[in-house]
Design a binder for this molecule. Structure first.
Ligand code: THU
Length: 136
């Protein structure tokens, strides 16, 4: 793992440790690397009304956008959980990633053993629904 990916990993790991998961006990951390060098991390946050729980990927991307950053400002996105294989983002998060990440963003899926799978959003969600479809 190169130095910047290690920093991204550590930020996601910290968020993973801060996850609010009283129901599933399944913690997830995510982190965005911005082209200006800044890292923004987030975790899943659950709710007693289970469906209101928010995944780590969406927490992180929504906060990144809330800070004023956009697709073109993002270079890498890392997601980790305590899974045997690199964590697999849920379908809802793939749809959100397809809207908020450029197709060339490196998505690093990993776990606590640092097993790594590198993908693009087109690998995770080919032929996705987008704003273009609304204008057709
Ligand atoms: N979760 C994520 O944060 N990201 C995913 O991609 C998969 C699922 C969370 C949602 C819930 O808090 C817990 O993991 C168990 O599903």
């Amino acid at each position: 793992m190169d130095k910047i990916t290690e920093q991204l990993y550590q930020a996601a790991l910290k968020a993973y440790q801060n996850a609010y998961t009283p129901y599933s006990k399944f913690n997830v951390g995510a982190a965005v690397l911005l082209k200006d060098g800044k890292i923004i991390a987030g975790s899943n946050v659950e709710n007693a009304s289970y469906g209101l729980s928010n995944c780590a990927e969406r927490t992180t991307l929504f906060y990144t956008y809330s800070q004023g950053y956009r697709q073109e400002d993002i270079s890498k996105f890392l997601v980790l959980a305590n899974t045997k294989k690199p964590v697999s983002p849920c379908g809802a998060c793939r749809q959100v990633m397809a809207e908020l990440l450029n197709e060339d963003v490196e998505i690093i899926l990993t776990n606590l053993n640092q097993d790594i799978m590198k993908v693009r959003i087109t690998d995770l969600l080919p032929y996705h629904f987008s704003g273009d479809n609304l204008r057709e």
